[in-house]
Design a protein around this ligand. Structure first.
Ligand code: CA
Length: 246
C-alpha cells in the first residue's frame, strides 16, 4: 500500500491567470489519493473534478468534456477499462486525453488499457511531481495534434492536410489517398470546372496511363461518401467536374 507520506508536494508555478483554466477530471476511488491529487492539480492551475466510481466518472466526462482525464484502472461500479472504452466510443469524448493509473499487479491490464486507447499510464505508487509532468506532456501532445494545420473548408467540407483528415459537417470521411487528393483539388477552387485529365494528374499522378473513366469511378465513390443533396460535386457536361460553389 502506498502511504500518503510518499507523496511529494512539488513547487509549481501556477499557469497564467488570464488563460482559461484547463479542466481535469480525476476518476479514482482512493479518497486519500484524490485529495492529494486535487490539491496539487489545483495548485498547478487546473480546475479539478473528482469522481470515486466509474459510471459517475463517465457521466461527468460526457457532461463536462474535460481537457484531460486521470482514470484509475480498478474502480467500483464500472472499471477503468470500460470507462475508457465508452469514452473512446463517444463522438464528443473520443479525443479527450486519458492518463490511466494502474497498480503493479495489474501490469497485463495496463497494456490492455493502453491498446484500448489510454494515451499514457502511470503505475502506482507514483510521485505526484511525475504525474503532473506526464499530464502536462500529454496535454502538449494533444495541443500539437489539434493545432490547426493547413485547413481548407467550403460548404461544410473540411480538409486538414496536416492531420490527413477530411470531414463533412463534422462527420469524418474514410477516403482513399486518391479520393483525398481529388477532394482537396476541388475544394481549393470551388466553382472551377476541372477536366478529367486535370483531375487525373492531381489525383493519380501526371502521365499515369489510366482511362478517363477511372476519374468518373473515383468521383462516384467520393460523391457517395460526401452525401449531400444536391451533390457537392457537379458534373460539367463535356468538361469534367467542379465543386458546388453555393
Ligand atoms: Ca482503485
Amino acid at each position: 500500500m502506498r502511504s500518503i507520506a510518499e507523496i511529494e508536494y512539488p513547487e509549481t508555478k501556477p499557469l497564467a491567470t488570464n488563460m482559461a483554466k484547463p479542466r481535469i477530471l480525476i476518476i479514482e476511488d482512493e479518497k486519500a489519493l484524490t485529495e492529494v491529487l486535487s490539491y496539487n492539480f489545483q495548485r498547478d492551475g487546473y480546475e479539478v473534478t473528482v469522481c470515486h466510481e466509474g459510471r459517475d466518472g463517465l457521466r461527468k466526462a460526457q457532461n463536462q468534456i474535460p481537457d484531460v482525464i486521470i482514470l484509475d484502472l480498478m474502480l467500483p461500479v464500472m472499471d477503468g477499462l470500460e470507462v475508457c472504452r465508452e469514452l473512446r466510443a463517444g463522438e464528443r469524448t473520443r479525443d479527450i486525453p486519458i492518463l490511466m493509473l494502474t497498480a503493479k499487479a495489474e501490469e497485463t491490464d495496463q497494456i490492455i488499457g493502453f491498446s484500448l486507447g489510454a494515451d499514457d499510464y502511470v503505475t502506482k505508487p507514483f510521485s505526484v511531481k511525475v504525474l503532473l509532468q506526464r499530464v502536462r506532456a500529454l496535454q502538449r501532445r494533444v495541443e500539437a495534434r489539434d493545432r490547426p494545420g493547413e485547413v481548407i473548408e467550403h460548404l461544410g467540407i473540411r480538409i486538414d492536410r496536416v492531420r490527413y483528415k477530411a470531414t463533412v459537417e463534422g462527420r469524418e470521411l474514410e477516403l482513399t489517398p486518391t479520393e483525398f487528393r481529388l477532394l482537396e483539388c476541388l475544394l481549393r477552387q470551388p466553382g472551377r470546372a476541372f477536366t478529367r485529365s486535370q483531375l487525373m494528374d492531381v489525383a493519380i499522378g501526371e502521365g499515369a496511363v489510366v482511362l478517363e473513366r477511372t476519374i468518373d469511378v473515383h468521383i462516384k465513390t467520393l460523391r457517395r461518401k460526401l452525401g449531400g443533396d444536391p451533390d457537392y460535386i457537379e458534373t460539367v457536361r463535356g468538361v469534367g467536374y467542379r465543386l458546388r460553389e453555393v
